[in-house]
Design a binder for this molecule. Sequence first.
Ligand code: IMP
Ligand code: MG
Length: 363
Amino acid sequence: MSKSKLNVDVIVDLQYGDCGKGKVAHFLCKTKKYSHVLRYNGGCNAGHTIFHKGVKFITHHIPAGVFFGVRSVIGSGCVVDPDQFFREIKMLNDGGVATKGKIFIARNAHVITDAHKAEDKRSGGAIGTTGRGNGPAYRDKYGRTGVRAEKVEQLKPYLVDLYKEWYPPARSARAGPGEVNILAEGAQGFGLDIDWGDYPFVTSSHCTTAGALLNGLPASAIRDVWGVAKIYETYVGSKKFQPEGDVFNKMGDLGEEFGSTTGRRRQCNWMNMQTLERAIQMNGVTHIVFNKVDVLRAVGQWAVIDNGKVVKFSAGGGSPARGGQGASGGKTEKAMNDFIVNRLKSLGISRNHIFFSESKDKI
Ligand code: IMP
Ligand code: MG
């Protein structure tokens, strides 16, 4: 039987989560035609903040596609808390977003139980987890003692078989003639990835492009990979991350850097170029969005960490003046942007695929 053509665009966070994937998902859903939006890893530890028609929504489980009536799937790489799932459906409906027939859960996704949550709240402190039961749920999945979504009666109306979703017979393809177009939306980020993050200060799932493939997708279907970063870094968890200095508190204050899931204050630092480069390469990034440029502009200093040193930018010329201080803001900002763009060029990302975003709801 002939099969439909399958295309996947991936959104992946290049730092420690909270870089604004939700905004990019929202943007892509508006501008491109997708038949599905797939959340591919994580549980309700994630918090996606989305401004839709001027209203702020925070979702933990449900992908951004739902705002546009696109089939929104919680994939097999995810763990699902049924209580949170139903709370979110109610929140969306109350906010005027229709969810009926739009939200699905892979039958083989795993379930976060009350015992998982209780355990995480008790013992997640050393890592600084979100306490949402994520780690214990994945441990039980891999220990082969977990519960799949298909075993939970109340989830039955939402269950799908990803094989049938991704590989329908050509004539019944949902996306128009013979195409399934998926936007795969990651949770958390590269610095929290179970394999590539700073173990053990990581989450328990695969936050990379490879994590998207684990949801029954072949590598050959990957089209664009949208890397999302912040123009400075934030991290929330137990390790010390923020250096001394008022400038970092200012970033936190002006950037409203509080977790959308737990309300904890995020630690701040300059953007680390080597973390970024590694994440770009390992995820196969083709497009990149740097968020919160407006916040750094308000902070009024421009710097990155490169090879372990803080590189501050000053106006005039594209080259950074080590230790120098920015004079006129606009030129200093441009000096830093040029520096970043040149680095990314050497990784094969062209200027028209790089976006410096300065607004909550635009790229
Ligand atoms: P867990 O994922 O709840 O087990 O937490 C492990 C680590 O990942 C902690 O440092 C959390 O703060 C962090 N974390 C988990 N989910 C997110 C997220 O969506 N954004 C940012 N940090 C997260
Ligand atoms: Mg988030």
